[in-house]
Design a protein around this ligand. Structure first.
Ligand SMILES: [Zn+2]
Length: 145
């Protein structure tokens, strides 16, 4: 039996992390935004058309680990993405969701922030829940990313 150090365990967690793989391009995603700190892509099981997942590029397990300067940048990014969703997707509003910790429904050990467009008079049917290149392109428009 080998005892693994916390550093080794974290390294192993990062190697197996789906979000790190998406950020590194090892896994495909419908990217809507990327800068030096954050990566945003369409949710694989969206709650509505354009449902975006925003992750820090750094492997941080819970929201509380986000440094204050990144929290500020995240808030600005959320505002910008919301604007794009209202303008380009015709959303009526957006909902920002952060589930931090397993008890709050966080499923992966890499914190994620969800920005979900809401639509008046628009029901998303299950067969429409396919990833849509056009939706990603529309959200991206005007973000310069
Ligand atoms: Zn990760």
């Amino acid at each position: 039996m080998s005892e693994e150090s916390p550093e080794e365990l974290l390294k192993k967690q990062i190697e197996n992390c789906i979000f790190c793989k998406i950020v590194n391009g090892e896994m495909d995603s419908r990217k809507v935004f990327e800068d030096e700190n954050f990566f945003a892509f369409l949710d694989i099981n969206p709650s509505s058309e354009g449902h975006a997942v925003i992750v820090p590029k750094q492997h941080l397990q819970v929201a509380a680990q986000l440094p204050p300067e990144l929290s500020a940048k995240l808030a600005i990014l959320v505002q910008e993405l919301s604007r794009q969703m209202l303008k380009n997707l015709g959303a009526s509003g957006t909902t920002f969701v952060v589930g931090s910790g397993v008890a709050a429904g966080q499923r992966l050990p890499h914190v994620s922030f969800h920005l979900i467009p809401t639509y008046k008079n628009k029901v998303i049917k299950s067969e429409e829940k396919e990833l849509d290149v056009k939706v990603a392109e529309k959200v991206k428009e005007g973000l310069g990313a």
